[in-house]
Design a protein around this ligand. Structure first.
Ligand code: UGA
Length: 444
C-alpha cells in the first residue's frame, strides 16, 4: 500500500486516484475548487464517466479515497505525488504550465521527506526539469534538502472508457533516470500490471514526447481518412469499403480509421497544436502535424457543405429546421470541448436555419455552451427533435442513434433527407424508405 496524493480532480486525476484507491492504495485528491471537493466527498461526480461514480462512492466509504482543498496537509505524508492539473493552451497553442508549476511550488513548500513526483498532465518536453527546479528552489528557501525524483508518467485514458483504460492499461510509461524510482512505481502499479509487463521505462524527455506522439499519430490517422473520404466522395467511391480494404492490413489496423465530422475533445486538438508549437520552437517545421490540424478544421465544416449542396446553396437554408442528434464530441461523454456540433450549429444558425437538438448526456453542457439563443431548441428525446423538422443531421455515434425507425423519419422530415456525420447507416436501408441520404465519403 502506498500513500498517494493527486493534484487535480479532472478526468485524469479523478479516474487515476479512484483506480489507485480501488486496488488498495491510500489516496488523497487535492483541488482548489471547494465546491467540487465538497461534492466529491458526498459522492457527487462532476463528469459523466461510465463506472466512475459507484467506484468513487465505495472507496470514499471504505476510507481509501479522500478529497480535500488542503494541499499542505495532503502533501505532508505522501510517498508518491501525481500532478494531474490542466495545461490549457496559450494563445500560440503551446501548453500553459501555470497550474503545473503552482503545484511544484506547493510540493516544495510542504513536503517533509523523500517523494516521487509523477507528472500525468500532458506537458511539453522539458517540463519535468522545470518542476524539479521549482521544487528544489522552494526547498532551498526553507533550508531543507529531501530526495525528490520528478518523473514523467503520461496518461492514455479515453473519455467514456477511462475507468477501464486505467484498470487495464495497454502500457504504463515511466520516464525516469533512477532505477530505484522505477522499481517503486512498478510496485505501485503492480495491481494493473498482471500477466505481462506493461511498464515501459525510458528517459524523461522521451516519456513526455511519447504522449504527444501517440495523440498526434491517432489524429493523423483520422485526418488521413477524412481526406481520403473527401476524395472518395468526389470520385464516386465508398470510404466504408476502403476502410475495410485497408484496415485488414495489420500494418494499418482497424482502429482510428473511421471518417467523420472531424475529431474534437480536450486532447487531440490541443495536443496537436502544442506539438506543432514545440517543433517550431526547436526549428522543425511541423508540416504533417499542421496539415492534420487544418484538415480537421475543414472536416468540421464538411457536413454543412453537404447540407448546402443538397439545398443548392447555403442561402436556401434560411427558415429550414434541422433535427440534430448528438452534441458531445463522441459518445459516452457529456464533453463538448472542440465538438464538431459547435461548428455546425453556428454555421446553420448563421445561414438562418433553426436547430432542434438532442444528446443523451450533454444537454446541460449544451445549455451552458450555447445559452438559449433564438433558433436553437433543446429537446428531451431524439424523437422530439423531429417535430416540425425538415431534415435530420446525426453528429455523434451514440448507440441509441444506430438503428432509428426510418419509417418514422420518412413520415416526420418534410424534406425527407438525412445527413450522417458518422456513417452509421446502410445507405440502402435509408433510401428504401424514400429518404435521401448523405454520409461522409460515400459517393456512389
Ligand atoms: C484521446 C486518446 O484516444 C487517448 O488515448 C488519450 O489518453 C486522450 O486523448 C488524452 O490525451 O487524454 P479522447 O480525447 O477521450 O482520447 O477521445 P478519442 O476516443 O480518442 O476520440 C477523439 C476524437 O476522435 C473524437 O471526436 C472521435 O469522434 C474522433 N475519432 C476517433 C474519429 O473521428 N475517428 C476515429 O476513427 C476515431
Amino acid at each position: 500500500m502506498f500513500r498517494v496524493c493527486i493534484f487535480g480532480t479532472g478526468y485524469v486525476g479523478l479516474v487515476t486516484g479512484t483506480c489507485l484507491a480501488e486496488v488498495g492504495h491510500h489516496v488523497t485528491c487535492v483541488d482548489i475548487d471547494a465546491d467540487k471537493i465538497d461534492g466529491l466527498n458526498e459522492g457527487r461526480i462532476p463528469i459523466y464517466e461510465p463506472g466512475l461514480e459507484p467506484m468513487v462512492r465505495d472507496n470514499v466509504r471504505d476510507g481509501r479515497l479522500h478529497f480535500t482543498t488542503d494541499a499542505a496537509e495532503a502533501v505532508s505524508d505522501a510517498e508518491v505525488l501525481f500532478i494531474a492539473v490542466g495545461t490549457p493552451p496559450d494563445e500560440d497553442g503551446s501548453a500553459d504550465l501555470k497550474y503545473v508549476l503552482k503545484v511544484a511550488e506547493t510540493v516544495g513548500d510542504n513536503i517533509r521527506g523523500s517523494v516521487i513526483v509523477a507528472n500525468k498532465s500532458t506537458v511539453p518536453v522539458g517540463t519535468a526539469e522545470k518542476v524539479d527546479g521549482v521544487i528544489r528552489e522552494r526547498l532551498a528557501a526553507r533550508g531543507e534538502e529531501f530526495p525528490v525524483e520528478v518523473v514523467s508518467n503520461p496518461e492514455f485514458l479515453k473519455e467514456g472508457a477511462a475507468v477501464d483504460d486505467c484498470m487495464r492499461p495497454d502500457r504504463i510509461i515511466v520516464g525516469t533516470r533512477s532505477k530505484e524510482t522505477a522499481d517503486r512505481l512498478r510496485q505501485l502499479y503492480a495491481p494493473f500490471n498482471r500477466n505481462h509487463d506493461r511498464l515501459i521505462i525510458m528517459d524523461v524527455r522521451s516519456a513526455e514526447l511519447t504522449k504527444y506522439a501517440a495523440n498526434a499519430m491517432l489524429a493523423t490517422k483520422i485526418s488521413f481518412m477524412n481526406e481520403m473520404a473527401n476524395v472518395a466522395e468526389r470520385v464516386g467511391a465508398d470510404i466504408e469499403m476502403i476502410r475495410k480494404g485497408i484496415g485488414s492490413d495489420p500494418r494499418i489496423g482497424w482502429h482510428f480509421i473511421y471518417p467523420g465530422a472531424g475529431y474534437g475533445g480536450s486532447c487531440f486538438p490541443k495536443d496537436v497544436r502544442a506539438l506543432a508549437s514545440t517543433a517550431r520552437e526547436h526549428d522543425v517545421e511541423p508540416e504533417l502535424i499542421s496539415a492534420v490540424e487544418s484538415v480537421n478544421e475543414r472536416q468540421k465544416k464538411h457536413l454543412f457543405e453537404l447540407v448546402a449542396r443538397h439545398y443548392h446553396g447555403g442561402e436556401n437554408l434560411r427558415g429550414k429546421t434541422f433535427a440534430l442528434w448528438g452534441l458531445s464530441f463522441k459518445p459516452d461523454t457529456d464533453d463538448m470541448r472542440e465538438a464538431s456540433s459547435r461548428t455546425l450549429v453556428a454555421q446553420l444558425r448563421e445561414a438562418g436555419a433553426s436547430v432542434r437538438a438532442y444528446d443523451p448526456e450533454a444537454m446541460d453542457e449544451a445549455r451552458r455552451v450555447f445559452g438559449e439563443p433564438e433558433g436553437l431548441a433543446f429537446c428531451d428525446s431524439s424523437e422530439a427533435t423531429l417535430e416540425g423538422a425538415d431534415a435530420l443531421i446525426v453528429l455523434t455515434e451514440w448507440k441509441q442513434f444506430r438503428s432509428p425507425d426510418f419509417r418514422l423519419l420518412a413520415r416526420s422530415l418534410s424534406d425527407r433527407v438525412v445527413f450522417d456525420g458518422r456513417n452509421l447507416y446502410e445507405p440502402a436501408d435509408v433510401e428504401s424508405m424514400g429518404l435521401a441520404y448523405y454520409a461522409i465519403g460515400r459517393g456512389r
